[in-house]
Design a protein around this ligand. Structure first.
Ligand SMILES: [Zn+2]
Length: 71
């Protein structure tokens, strides 16, 4: 299993990417909140949701971008 360059586990890495690609759906993050849920956000800044688990977060990310994100 390999993470592609769209998903980031590191908030810092994600924010760096977002800063460069502001307004575009080029990067989505699915980050654990510590209580079992995951916060999902997109670089377009128009998408920010809480997912019950990582799998659901990835699914919602795919729905948001309309593309298949391999995971
Ligand atoms: Zn987006």
């Amino acid at each position: 299993m390999s993470d592609d360059n769209v998903m980031y586990d590191s908030p810092l890495e994600f924010m760096h990417e977002v800063a460069e690609k502001k307004g575009e759906c080029v990067a989505q993050s699915v980050l654990p909140l510590g209580d079992g849920t995951y916060r999902c956000a997109c670089s377009c800044e128009n998408w920010d949701v809480i997912a019950p688990d990582r799998e659901k977060g990835l699914e919602m990310a795919r729905e948001h971008t309309g593309t298949l994100v391999s995971s």
